[in-house]
Design a protein around this ligand. Sequence first.
Ligand code: NAD
Ligand code: GLY
Length: 369
Amino acid sequence: MTSPFLHSLTIALGERSYPIHIGSGLLSDAATFADLPKAAAALIVSNGTVAPLYAPALQWALRAHYAQVHLVVLPDGEAHKDWQTLNLIFDTLLQNSCDRKTVLFALGGGVVGDMTGFAAASYMRGVPFVQVPTTLLAQVDSSVGGKTGINHPLGKNMVGAFYQPQRVLCDLDTLKTLPAREVSAGLAEVIKYGPIADMAFLDWIEAHIDALVARDVHALAHAVRRSCEIKAHVVAQDEREGGLRAILNFGHTFGHAIEAGLGYGDWLHGEAVGCGMVMAAHLSHALGLVDEAFVQRLTRLIAAAGLPVRGPVLDAGDNAGRYLALMRVDKKAEAGAIRFVLIDGPGRACMRGAEDSLVRAVIDRCCAA
Ligand code: NAD
Ligand code: GLY
């Protein structure tokens, strides 16, 4: 029998290893869900935008494997990635007397995926879960690698756990209904993999950026596969971010400051990361790590993906000071000292601190007047 998957790869984590399947028509095919842990019940976690589009097909497919298939529909948006919304998942599990074998299915973007994973990590001290990502960002990044959690008003993704899914199922068909702005946001995380790990991939993205923006299915399939390969390779070496995995946060230190500073949900996560990569590239240049041509090249590509390349003003009085204050609560900060992911050669990233004066100059240069 031929595989229903266009591409399959494995994330190698010993007994926590799992497959990532990429293809079309996956979520409505009962065969996709064979060989998962046996249980009486499954719970699909989704939101008010995605559930009407895809939950009925997924419910139908899961009924081949589970006697009960429950659904909880969360409010949509980054602003709801919090304790109150997380609790709706626990409420549904307990109201339906779900036992510790219950399998959770995260049907949605990164917000649903991160919250479902955290709920799975904590419900009865851990139940299995499956990622069914429906945004480009979630297919190329957030569904892979086991980072789960919620936001705190004082910091992005500050409460959570490392907890790996049983399987990741990237159904490319779901990307057809994604708003254009969300496609661009996902492309930020695709672009990220080039400068940190694979310049040949960066060349390929540049050559195919129009096809990616237009959602050409072959271009998307390659982008999802190569992104997952790079992420799987990094996570396999450093599952809990003792060191290397931090390179996946290129652009995120500035980006998280933008998200928290504007209020979650104003700029999309991918938009903040795209602009954050421009700022991190400028900082890399200011430290003498890359030349100006590299900064311009990356900036052009991020703009071509439909992403903002100038940072927002977070404080009309002391904008750079506001950015610095927000960046000091980044998870990579040590004893209040900010550590940036910077580019120090083609396809190579490093972690470094920088003088506040240098960071201020970069922020002043990169932010909209
Ligand atoms: P999201 O989950 O908010 O989804 C974006 C929007 O698209 C939402 O309105 C959603 O309802 C809608 N949507 C989802 N799928 C759709 C579809 N197929 N058709 C139409 N609409 C659809 O945002 P996101 O960009 O997917 O994820 C961002 C989140 O991911 C952030 O919270 C970020 O912190 C997190 N993240 C986590 C990791 C990780 O490693 N765990 C990595 C990167 C980002
Ligand atoms: N998105 C960063 C990571 O998974 O480590």
